[in-house]
Design a binder for this molecule. Structure first.
Ligand code: SAH
Length: 365
């Protein structure tokens, strides 16, 4: 999250590049994989076997799919890429947070992060190349948005981090808080989440997945009707519209009232408590009056505030407030009965803030 020198930087050997021009195997819909198998005289059930290897197991090549005939493994390797991206950067922080810089087939870059706590392993994944939202404190939006990630490019980030972990570790939580606005890539996001939650996919409970949004009301309402209990986090960052529009420019055409309405609807439909994220920016949105106003806004709602002291971004002049200012903000919310936590810094010695690693790499050309 700081722009200090990383502790370790390696290029992962586990993701060697396949012959160029081939399609990544996970980009194939099931029906196409079955068709391909039938075309080479293989039974359809092999498709399930292959997907199980790719999604549930920690392997790094087709050759390791030990219950497939050797000839089929060779045909797979000759016909498809094993992965839809290559890890071109790998940083490990002192607290064992790990961050990967991934290069997609068209050369674009995205990031994903593995965070370790004593009782949980959380991965943070990206949904777009860049971001169009333009939040003034965020590294991801500085260069705009290039394109949406495909569903496979989204869920494979979880798989590649899963492969980095030791056999006795498993992923307990997924946060969709990496580069991009997830609800602006709704269809691919939903497809990716269904692979991550389904029993014949990655099999993680929907309640262990959190999608963070800048606040797109129509999409929040659609998301509420997914039939799943995903958690919703709304990036609020300010308690009134003039200030929010300064910090989050897309707010100009939306407004806080609409967002809260949609978030209330999300809570009613799914029963999940809503998280409101609030990045503390020194001298901008961290004053006592802001905390009071935020408390009034959220009073009576099933809400939780997640305060995030801003992570430094070298291109930007904004900073996190000093400790006492943060404590004052917290105590005002607490006094008003609003549940609040201050997000712990993870990977402080690597470029773990949203979009920073990609930005640094692009800066260096
Ligand atoms: N577009 C979505 C998800 C990606 S950002 C959203 O806006 O929620 C995920 C979270 O990281 C958001 O709450 C965002 O405000 C926060 N974030 C981005 N840059 C940050 C920075 N420099 N310091 C602290 N938090 C940051």
């Amino acid at each position: 999250m700081n722009v200090n020198e990383p502790v370790t930087t390696t290029t992962l050997p586990v993701l060697t590049s396949a012959p160029s021009g081939l399609r990544a195997i996970l980009e194939l819909p099931d029906s196409e994989l079955v068709q391909w198998l039938e075309g080479i005289g293989q039974p359809a059930f092999r498709a399930k076997q292959i997907r199980r290897w790719l999604i549930q197991r920690r392997i790094s090549s087709f050759d390791q799919m030990s219950d497939l005939p050797a000839a089929l493994r060779q045909q797979l390797a000759a016909s498809f890429r094993f992965s839809s991206f290559e890890a071109v950067g790998h940083q490990i922080a002192k607290d064992r947070t790990e961050k990967l810089l991934l290069q997609l087939q068209d050369g674009e870059l995205v990031e994903c992060v593995l965070m370790r706590d004593p009782d949980r392993r959380t991965v943070c994944i990206s949904t777009q190349v860049g971001c169009a939202m333009g939040c003034v404190f965020c590294a991801s939006g500085l260069l705009g948005v290039k394109r949406n990630l495909t569903a496979a490019e989204i869920f494979e980030q979880v798989l590649v981090l899963h492969r980095l972990m030791s056999d006795d570790e498993k992923i307990t939580n997924i946060v969709v808080m990496g580069i991009g606005e997830p609800l602006a890539n709704f269809r691919n996001l939903m497809q990716a989440l269904s692979v991550l939650t389904s029993d014949d996919g990655f099999g993680l409970g929907a309640r262990r997945i959190t999608v963070s949004t800048v606040g797109l009301p129509e999409k929040i309402r659609e998301f509420a009707r997914s039939g799943q209990q995903y958690n919703l986090a709304v990036s609020l960052h300010a308690p009134n519209d003039p200030l929010r529009t300064e910090i989050v420019p897309v707010n100009r055409n939306i407004g806080i009232a609409e967002i809260l309405d949609a978030a209330d609807d999300y809570h009613e439909v799914t029963g999940r408590r809503i998280s409101y994220e609030y990045v503390l920016l020194s001298g901008i949105n961290d004053q006592a009056q802001h905390a009071e106003e935020l408390a009034s806004l959220l009073a009576g709602r099933t809400a939780h505030v997640n305060l995030i002291p801003m992570n430094g971004v070298s291109e930007l002049v904004m900073t996190a407030p000093q400790e006492p200012q943060t404590r004052q903000f917290v105590s005002i919310l607490e006094r008003r009965g609003i549940p609040v936590t201050v997000r712990k810094r993870k990977g402080a010695d690597i470029d773990a803030a949203c979009g920073q690693l990609r930005l640094n790499r692009l800066d260096k050309g």
